[in-house]
Write a protein that binds this ligand. Structure first.
Ligand code: SAH
Length: 350
């Protein structure tokens, strides 16, 4: 049994059935989510017999930490290998006013973004709720006693909206005040833009923050950069994003990876402004983080500035994302490609 696959209600029923004490579930979850426990033995307010029994019947951690990298800016990255040998990455980011984790939802990705390392070999499988939760708890365990997680971004490997059920299960634990206690508003789900799933998210009416990876102002260019766009098209994505805003009252962020000489001219910026005009949108510009083996390059700093200025002048709220953790290959799917199968690098289990 992978304990982290259980919702709090299911764990309660399981504990009630097995130990005749449903409330034990709350104690276990308190230890895991709030006290950052590493095993059942630490759960000192559980009877020893129960702790032993849990150790025998439940698997708490299922991943093997293949690599743990730390950058001087405080960014830490884990490469996790699941029992089937598949690997994923997750990241802890420390900034002055926020401490965030970035988590993965799939092994690989099927969306086919031409510049992204995660999808180069397609998708192998979805991650389970337990596997997504395990990333959150392992990263949480890297924090010092005086540190606390404030934000979650679902921007790791995979397309979150292609594995929405498993993700929502994990986020329920993250946002539960008795879980990690992170507010839905500080939880960002980043999607390539799958309209039916965006509408489903809108109908749930939970105030998660939605980010749509746009990367191009027109279908001609977007079809080349984001293969899945050929089946959807930008208009349909924007209509779904509008529905999300109407349902939740939350402004949608549009992410735009700036690829040098490809989508970063002032004309592209102007067309983007035209596309988003009248929409309560935020634009997040992300200078490309080069991926070995791909021909895309980082934009020139002056082009980034000019692009942002064009949007600003057209009244669109724009931010340029700082690059963090370059040296530890923190961008999605990069570390995984460098650390080969079975190779063990600076293993430092949480
Ligand atoms: N599939 C989801 C979430 C994962 S990627 C999505 O498409 O949004 C999170 C963001 O990082 C996306 O905007 C993605 O396009 C961007 N990204 C991927 N590779 C990158 C790279 N090498 N440099 C900069 N941003 C990258």
């Amino acid at each position: 049994m992978h304990l982290l696959d259980y919702s709090s209600a299911d764990l309660r029923s399981w504990c009630a059935e097995r130990f005749g004490a449903g409330y034990r579930a709350d104690q276990i979850r308190h230890w895991l989510f709030q006290r950052r426990a590493g095993d059942f033995a630490e759960m000192s307010d559980l009877p020893r017999k129960l702790r032993d029994e849990l150790t025998d019947c439940c698997q708490l951690w299922t991943a093997d930490v293949r690599a743990h990298r730390q950058a001087s800016d405080g960014t830490e990255k884990l490469l996790l290998a699941w029992p089937d040998g598949e690997t994923i990455e997750c990241v802890l980011l420390r900034e002055p006013r926020r401490t965030s984790i970035c988590i993965s939802t799939q092994v690989g990705c099927a969306m086919g973004c031409a510049f992204c390392a995660s999808g180069l070999n397609g998708v192998s499988r979805n991650l389970t709720t337990g596997e997504i939760t395990e990333q959150m708890l392992r990263l949480n365990r890297l924090l010092g006693d005086d540190e606390r997680l404030s934000h979650i971004v679902v921007m790791g490997m995979g397309e979150p909206l292609a594995n929405l059920d498993a993700l929502l299960g994990a986020l329920a634990g993250a946002t539960d005040p008795k879980g990690l206690g992170i507010s839905a508003r500080r939880t960002t789900i980043s999607t390539v833009g799958l309209p039916p799933a965006i509408r489903r998210l809108a109908e749930l009416n939970v105030p998660y923050h939605l980010a749509v990876s746009l990367h191009a102002p027109d279908d001609e260019l977007r079809n080349r950069l984001v293969r899945v766009n050929r089946q959807t098209g930008i208009e349909e994505i924007l209509a779904a994003a509008d529905a999300f805003f109407q349902a939740t009252g939350r402004r949608v962020t549009f992410e735009y990876v700036l690829l040098g000489g490809v989508n970063d001219s002032p004309q592209h910026a102007s067309r983007l402004a035209h596309l988003l005009r009248g929409r309560p949108a935020l634009v997040n510009l992300i200078p490309y983080n080069p991926v070995a083996g791909l021909e895309f390059g980082t934009p020139r700093p002056e082009d980034v500035r000019e692009f942002a200025d064009v949007l600003d002048r057209r009244g669109i709220t724009t931010a340029v994302r700082k690059r963090k953790g370059d040296r530890i290959d923190a961008a999605c799917g990069q570390l995984r490609r460098i650390v080969g199968e079975g190779q063990s690098v600076t293993v430092d289990p949480p």
